[in-house]
Design a protein around this ligand. Structure first.
Ligand code: MRU
Length: 367
């Protein structure tokens, strides 16, 4: 465990023989256990099983998964580009198609979980680079660059968000959008850590986050490790805490944000935003540019992951409801842009939240 960043993933070794090490987040806070992935398939399974989770972290894991695929026996080197072939300013000369192994790995990794767009974004960056140079060394340096960018982007978001936080505030967050969910200090929790680091007296209320308890197991663990005063609350307690004046601001992360600012995040986030609006409490989102999907005009097109009903009908292997009762288990919901006060991004603050401000802050530069 990296004390400075609480990082949940790291590449160990060189491009040809190294491994991706993942902190098994299913075991926290009981145990800090690391697993090693040596193939893209192992990385895809780790993402599906939520050994690694959180939108930016699964994107980085996917990128490192492509490095593993590049050296596999199923990924022979692609033919070199024709002599003299160059990219022109407008019409790009397509590079060689990625090898079958790499394009299979791309599909496997990009579809491991459907809601967080960071995963497709990162894996496609590597797939596209592999068209020019599919060597593991080249792909590892790109994956490392994405990791470094995420670390720097987290710090920029944290500085922006911390400016909105005043000493004495109670701040509610939902799920885990901390170091465990990213390559750096986190998005929403990065904001809170920065405010705390600046000496602002804050108290964090962490929703426990049914059904997988990311708030109780992961957010409370991070807040404890950082020494940030906090209280764990069950998801249903948020409205009552707001009514009693205990919460002055809400900040959460996001998994995919549409062009108009509608934002998907962990199931229950939408209820928190509705409650915040009713109590006139500002609701903010912190997310990097890689979380925006500008191809989607609004949140209706965001794919929502449906997970197994056993996550809801059982606890610790014991059924919690009658045998004939079924559950539905959408893992995310979409908070309408109208309920979001502002979005802290690594490119600046989107305020007010809407198409124009998003286009202005994100600009036309590639994400
Ligand atoms: O199902 P999870 O644990 O991957 O869901 C994670 C979240 O909803 C986070 O809030 C989101 O990915 C933002 S992480 C910086």
């Amino acid at each position: 465990m990296d004390e400075a960043t609480l990082s949940p993933l790291c590449w160990h070794g060189d491009a040809e023989t190294g491994v991706l090490r993942l902190l098994d987040q299913r075991a926290l806070p009981r145990e800090e256990r690391w697993i090693e992935c040596r193939t893209a398939q192992e990385v895809a399974t780790a993402i599906q099983d939520m050994i690694v989770r959180g939108a930016p972290a699964i994107g980085l894991a996917g990128a490192y998964g492509m490095v593993l695929a590049a050296r596999g026996p199923a990924a022979p080197p692609a033919p070199s580009p024709r002599a003299g072939a160059r990219r022109s300013g407008t019409g790009a000369v397509p590079g060689p198609a990625p090898s079958t192994g790499l394009s299979r790995a791309r599909d496997l990794l990009a579809t491991a979980r459907p809601t967080a767009v960071n995963l497709v974004w990162a894996v496609d960056k590597l797939a596209s680079a592999a068209r020019e140079d599919p060597s593991p060394a080249r792909l590892l340096s790109l994956a490392r660059a994405l990791h470094e960018d995420d670390i720097a982007g987290n710090r920029r978001m944290a500085a922006l968000g911390a400016a909105r936080i005043e000493s004495g505030m109670g701040v509610l967050t939902h799920c885990n959008a901390g170091a465990l969910a990213t390559g750096g200090i986190g998005t929403a929790l990065g904001v809170l850590w920065e405010a705390h680091r600046q000496g602002k007296r804050i108290h964090v209320y962490a929703d426990e986050t049914r059904p997988r308890l990311q708030g109780a197991r992961l957010t409370a663990w991070e807040l404890s490790r950082r020494g940030i005063p906090h209280t764990l609350v069950c998801d249903g307690a948020a409205a009552s805490l707001m009514a009693r004046g205990r919460i002055q601001l809400v900040v959460t992360g996001a998994d995919r944000i549409a062009a108009n600012g509608d934002a998907a995040n962990k199931i229950g986030t939408y209820s928190v935003a509705v409650n915040a609006r009713f109590h006139a409490i500002p609701f903010h989102v912190a997310a990097p540019a890689a979380t925006f999907d500008l191809a989607l005009p609004d949140g209706r097109g965001i794919p929502i992951e449906e997970r197994s009903e056993e996550e809801v009908t059982a606890w610790g292997g014991e059924r919690t409801c009658p045998a004939q009762t079924h559950a539905t288990n959408p893992a995310f919901d979409v908070t309408p842009a109208a309920l979001i006060r502002s979005i802290f991004t690594d490119r600046g603050e989107v305020d007010p939240v809407g198409r124009e401000a998003i286009a202005r802050v994100l600009g036309s530069a590639s994400r």
